[in-house]
Design a protein around this ligand. Sequence first.
Ligand SMILES: C[S@@+](CC[C@H](N)C(=O)[O-])C[C@H]1O[C@@H](n2cnc3c(N)ncnc32)[C@H](O)[C@@H]1O
Length: 241
Amino acid sequence: MNQYQLPTPEKKPEYVKTNFDHIAKAYDRFNDWNSFFLHRKWKNWIIEKAKREIPDIKIALDLCCGTGDITSRLSRMPEILEVTGLDFSENMLSFAKQKIGEGKNVKLVLGDAMNLADFKNDSIDLITMGFGLRNVSDLKKCLLEIKRVLRPGGVFINLDVGRVRPFFLKWFADFYFFQIVPIFGYLIYGKKHEMFDYLPHSSTTYPDQETLQKILFEIGFSEVHFQNFVFGNAVGHVARK
Ligand SMILES: C[S@@+](CC[C@H](N)C(=O)[O-])C[C@H]1O[C@@H](n2cnc3c(N)ncnc32)[C@H](O)[C@@H]1O
């Protein structure tokens, strides 16, 4: 690993917001390059999974929507009447607006995923989150908010990084993630930026797939299960309220 130091929990929200604002223009291409375009497949999996888990979805919320990849997929589901993409980075959201436009069934709002005060209890059928949960400063607080606003029977689908288990693969995966991925970021952005070091390093304080499953059960979700992608490099968790 290189010498990068993560921000303290107190400084994390401002750090994350400001730095996503900085790298927003490079974010989509960075995602394509560092995942060999696989993140698109994983995001399609969220939609397929959502259709299977809740056939009658009407209201959906995509937290930490960033440039709107998942929000735009949700907006194309004919059964969904209303989808909101929420993020606290204005620049990421402005790219989402360019990508999706704000149609009659899509809202893109500036907000904090840890404080969903604008959303009523038990009001949402589906909440999605892609590579956002490891960026919030209080994971449990965020999950409790998600549970509060989901309707009983509603589903939370979370996609984020996981732990690669086989030891020899873990060595390669870590080398790629911590040493090569930041270089893709610098190349696409045009110069060095610490956010491309933050992104892999933020996985070190994020729970592994089994621990996150346990946390989701502890918070009160049921039917919690997960799907590993590429030996656990990425993981999709599904949890029902
Ligand atoms: C890695 S990007 C993921 C973007 C998109 N969901 C995707 O899968 O491509 C993480 C996003 O989370 C947002 N974010 C992090 N913490 C947040 C919070 N507490 N509230 C709202 N947005 C947050 C950042 O601004 C950033 O746009």
